[in-house]
Design a protein around this ligand. Structure first.
Ligand code: FAD
Length: 390
């Protein structure tokens, strides 16, 4: 039987994280309007706080059996605001790739760094098999040439896991991932991207120009080159199975904030939401609000199911994509619905709702768009191959 009941202690942990996440709201508008600035590594008010790891009492969100709570923690952290982080992030998407595809030696060597992951290029995003960046073998090195765009954590990361092809004629079998540390000659951060939302978030564009990295920087090891799936697609797919529900949880934390703000404003206007009463007997705005809350809850349940399967060490490929597709759609509809309910208050920059509406959009784009998730879901359920349904 599935049970998502939390212990009293875990409920307190989540309350404490939500309360701490409110610190970010003080800074949210400033960094939204001053996109060229970088928020400090740690917000001053967060410095002396214990941090949620100490509240977990020796447990870690990466521990086995901690995925469901980990998703709830993720949503609680973004409830205050998403784009301004309270603390320096422990790692980026590249760290997940290193854990999934790196050898024990590579994990030991680079695990302490903050690592971005660069797959996307101009002309290649949803279909990574079209990666054009090349990695040409030259003695004990690979020489990387190409361009990467929209790299999350890209300016501040210590290094990146970059995707490049070692053999353009080999298709996806030729694509491998390379760890490139900042400061390597030929590796340049060319700009911080300007965006619709999550403007405080650090998103970079890179160029590799005759950038030489040792053979040992190929994730999984050099000998994997001959094997399809090693150091490349399989590794990254493992990464995404772990992170897709988390991306949905990030968005759902923000849309929960939008719902809570909307409920408060409705109450101030004398419209109370009556839980348990029939929706038909309630004010039209309350009815609309309840529909949005139901959408939010359904999406959160798909996230928890994907995490619950991971906790049981069962395959969750399908469920991760369902959580990402459902979450990405729900957060857009929920924040948009909140704006519809509140009208001018919803679009005013006096409040954060309009910002949250912009911020959630990304959760339906990166780490596989909603359309791509729907393709994966359809293929899995109907039993079609990648070539039969694309
Ligand atoms: C803020 C931000 C941060 C990002 N961070 C990273 C990062 O850290 N690392 C990284 O590598 N990338 C990152 N990305 C890139 C992101 O993963 C891509 O934008 C995304 O995968 C979509 O790729 P694309 O932009 O090339 O769009 P395209 O692949 O060109 O797709 C355009 C549209 O067509 C749809 N589409 C494409 N193929 C199909 C199909 N077969 N069937 C139906 N619809 C389809 C897509 O869903 C989309 O709506 C980031 C992007 C943003 C905006």
């Amino acid at each position: 039987m599935i049970s998502f009941d939390l212990t009293e202690h875990d409920k307190k942990v989540l309350d404490a994280i939500r309360e701490e996440s409110l610190i970010a709201r003080k800074y949210a508008r400033h960094f939204d309007e001053n996109e060229e600035e970088f928020p400090p590594d740690q917000l001053p008010e967060a410095k002396d706080r214990p941090g949620f790891y100490s509240l977990l009492g020796g447990r870690d969100v990466d521990d086995s059996g901690m995925n469901v709570l980990g998703m709830l923690i993720t949503a609680a952290q973004t409830w205050g605001d998403y784009s301004v982080r309270l603390r320096r992030p422990a790692g980026g998407l590249g760290n997940s790739a290193l854990r999934a595809a790196g050898s024990p030696e590579q994990q030991q060597k680079w695990g302490h760094l903050t690592l971005a992951m660069a797959i996307t290029e101009p002309g290649c995003g949803s279909d990574p098999s079209r990666v054009k960046t090349t990695a040409t073998k030259d003695g004990d090195h690979y020489v990387l040439n190409g361009e990467k765009i929209f790299v999350t954590t890209g300016c501040r990361a210590d290094g990146v896991v970059a995707w490049a092809t070692v053999d353009a004629n080999a298709g996806r079998a030729g694509i491998k991932s390379f760890l490139v540390e900042k400061g390597t000659p030929g590796f340049t951060v060319v700009r911080k991207e300007k965006k619709l939302g999550i403007r405080a978030d650090d998103t970079a564009a890179y160029v590799f120009e005759n950038c030489r990295v040792p053979r040992a920087n190929l994730l999984g090891g050099d000998e994997t080159v001959a094997k399809e799936g090693s150091g490349g697609f399989r590794g990254v797919m493992k990464t995404f199975n772990m992170t897709r529900p988390a991306v949905a949880a990030i968005g759902l934390g923000i849309s929960q904030a939008a719902l809570d703000f909307t409920r408060e404003q409705l109450e101030l206007a004398g419209i109370a939401i009556r839980y348990g009463a029939s929706t038909a007997s309630q004010n039209a705005l309350a009815q609309k609000f309840l529909e949005l809350e139901a959408m939010q809850e359904a999406a959160m349940l798909t996230v928890m199911r994907a995490a619950w399967l991971a906790d049981r060490q069962e395959s969750n490929n399908l469920e991760s994509s369902i959580a990402k597709a459902k979450g990405g759609q729900a957060v857009r509809l929920v924040t948009q619905g909140c704006i519809e309910i509140l009208g001018p208050l919803g679009v005013s920059r006096e409040h954060l709702l309009e910002k949250w509406f912009r911020d959630v959009r990304i959760t339906d784009i990166y780490e596989g768009t909603g359309q791509i998730q729907n393709l994966i879901i359809a293929r899995t359920i109907l039993g079609y191959s990648r070539n039969e349904l694309r």
